[in-house]
Design a protein around this ligand. Structure first.
Ligand code: NAD
Length: 505
């Protein structure tokens, strides 16, 4: 029995799902496809004009910036309700367009719902400090104000969740959003855009508060370069960030960069090995290795190295691969053939460096789906951290290395250019605290006894070094979407100067 659905049925289903969300596709050069079959889903629309979108966003900003923040929150509240109502349709669309298994597609929608809840609360909490003034009869305080249009450039692998982290915060902060989704996932963007428009309309919000502008690198680059976009939040590869960052900096814009990761887990001898194996397999093979937080490097104490590798390899052999919408599937397709080719090239290089492929790495289901690219997750033992291990290959390859001493393990862990997510499996309090301490992991995310992937929206999300330094989602990430103003108010009849300066006239 075939495990891959018929392409025509999938295409028809996609049309129904889009219609259920109120989204319309139009003719144009931006095409949609599904990695499930590798087939085309037809045109999504035309590539947009960033200049015109920025002009419209400024019109919206004129109204939105003086709309009270709790009133702005009403749009996000309604968006959250609509996302709840359309959770199953949107989740399925994510699976069809990005290839995620059903529960991860639904999880991505849940992440949007969660950030909406968070942002609605935030709309009544955009608080500044009041600070003791050195001058009598003066009040010193900080207030936070909207910045202007936020450009959001998103990656294919989180086609909607990362947009929502940005958009929910930006909208309550008073900023219109121009969203340039990945050209590999235009349909989910159109569906979310349609639901947002409904929420905005029902709340009397200005037109063009959110604009979805389809396109590829050109539209992304135009957004990064536009003087009228004070904040550019760009999620994607380090190569993309390397282009965007200097362009935004050159015009003194603010960039929020969420770039590639090369995430590791240290497994200490005291670890609960069964728990570690479960955490490792989810983090390394889940989403077919296509998460920015995917576990790519396993640094295991020599005394348990072989046992861990063997257990992970055994788990890999029984991972159900196939139609991401089918019950029981745990590994869906890679996004495209280019991704599969890069995986094969990386495996070849690793073997040339002395690595051994212990399990997986080959193509699956190519008879049933010749235009799609399903790959068995690979685990490769490495004699050391060679260049290929230090690079992010966006596919399910887990490199395993042995260590003898925790300090060496942490040094190896940090000895990569990226700094997104990390974890340690240990039951030793000293090791755990060392790992998350000042001389431990240098990543934006450091976990204990869970893998590096699967963050909640409550904490700020992002990474250091080549990951770009941006923070999105929870905690005080909202400050990235607003400008801080320091106010000194003199309510006395005198004019004392700070630092005791005299200037009597
Ligand atoms: P990508 O870099 O190919 O594309 C990302 C986005 O950038 C797309 O919308 C693309 O059209 C746009 N783009 C491309 N060139 C551009 C340019 N010159 N100027 C402006 N925009 C441009 O990435 P991808 O393949 O879609 O996604 C996978 C990558 O994203 C991985 O490296 C992954 O680690 C990273 N990622 C990071 C995070 C994070 O939070 N750190 C989250 C998701 C994905």
């Amino acid at each position: 029995m075939s495990t891959i659905p018929q392409h025509d049925e999938l295409a028809k289903r996609t049309g129904h799902l889009l219609a259920a969300c109120g989204a319309k596709v139009t003719n144009g050069d931006q095409m949609a496809r599904t990695p499930i079959t590798g087939g085309s889903l037809g045109a999504a629309g035309a590539a947009g004009d960033i200049g015109a979108a920025v002009d419209r966003a400024h019109d919206a900003f004129e109204i939105w910036r003086t709309t009270p923040a709790p009133v702005r929150g009403n749009v996000v509240r309604r968006l959250g309700e609509l996302l709840r109502e359309h959770k199953s349709q949107l989740g399925e669309l994510v699976s069809i367009e990005a290839g995620k298994i059903r529960s991860e597609g639904l999880g991505e929608v849940q992440e949007m719902i969660d950030i909406c809840d968070f942002a609605v609360g935030l709309s009544r909490q955009l608080h500044g400090l009041t600070i003791a003034s050195e001058r009598p009869g003066h009040r010193l305080m900080e207030t936070w104000h909207p910045m202007g249009p936020v450009g959001v450039i998103s990656a294919f692998n989180f086609p909607v969740a990362v947009w929502s982290w940005n958009a929910a915060l930006a909208i309550v902060a008073g900023d219109p959003v121009i969203w340039k989704p990945s050209d590999k996932t235009p349909l989910t963007a159109l569906a979310c855009g349609a639901l947002f428009q409904q929420a905005a309309r029902e709340n009397g919000a200005p037109e063009h508060l959110l604009q979805v502008v389809l396109g590829g690198g050109k539209q992304g680059a135009d957004l990064a370069a536009h003087e009228g976009v004070p904040i550019v939040s760009a999620t994607g590869s380090t190569a993309m960030g390397r282009k965007v960052a200097p362009v935004v900096a050159a015009r003194f814009g603010r960039a929020i960069l969420e770039l590639g990761g090369n995430n590791a887990a240290i497994v200490a001898p005291s670890a609960d090995l069964d728990l570690a194996v479960r955490g490792i397999v989810f983090s390394a093979a889940g989403t077919a290795g296509q998460r920015c937080t995917t576990l790519r490097r396993l640094i295991v104490h020599r005394s348990v190295h072989d046992e861990i590798v063997e257990k992970v390899a055994k788990a890999y052999e029984s991972l159900p691969i196939g139609d991401p919408l089918a019950d029981g599937t745990l590994v869906g397709p890679l996004i495209d053939g280019g991704s599969f080719d890069r995986m094969q090239a990386a495996l070849e290089t690793a073997q040339g460096d002395g690595g051994t492929v212990v399990a997986g790495g080959d193509r699956a289901l190519d008879d049933e789906a010749p235009d799609a690219f399903y790959a068995r997750p690979a685990i490769v033992t490495m004699p050391g951290q060679t260049e290929i291990v230090r690079s992010e290959t966006f596919a399910p390859i887990l490199y395993a290395m042995a260590y003898d001493d925790l300090d060496d393990a942490i040094a190896l862990h940090n000895e990569v250019p990226q700094g997104l997510a990390s974890s340690i499996f240990t039951t030793d309090l000293r090791e755990a605290e060392t790992f998350i301490g000042a001389a431990g992991s240098d990543c934006g995310i450091a976990n204990v006894n869970i893998g590096p992937s699967g963050a909640e929206i409550g904490g700020a999300f992002g990474g250091e070094k080549e990951t770009g330094g941006g923070r999105e989602s929870g905690s005080d990430a909202w400050k990235g979407y607003m400008r801080r103003q320091t106010n000194t108010v003199n309510y006395s009849r005198d004019l004392p100067l700070a630092q005791g300066v005299n200037f009597d006239v």
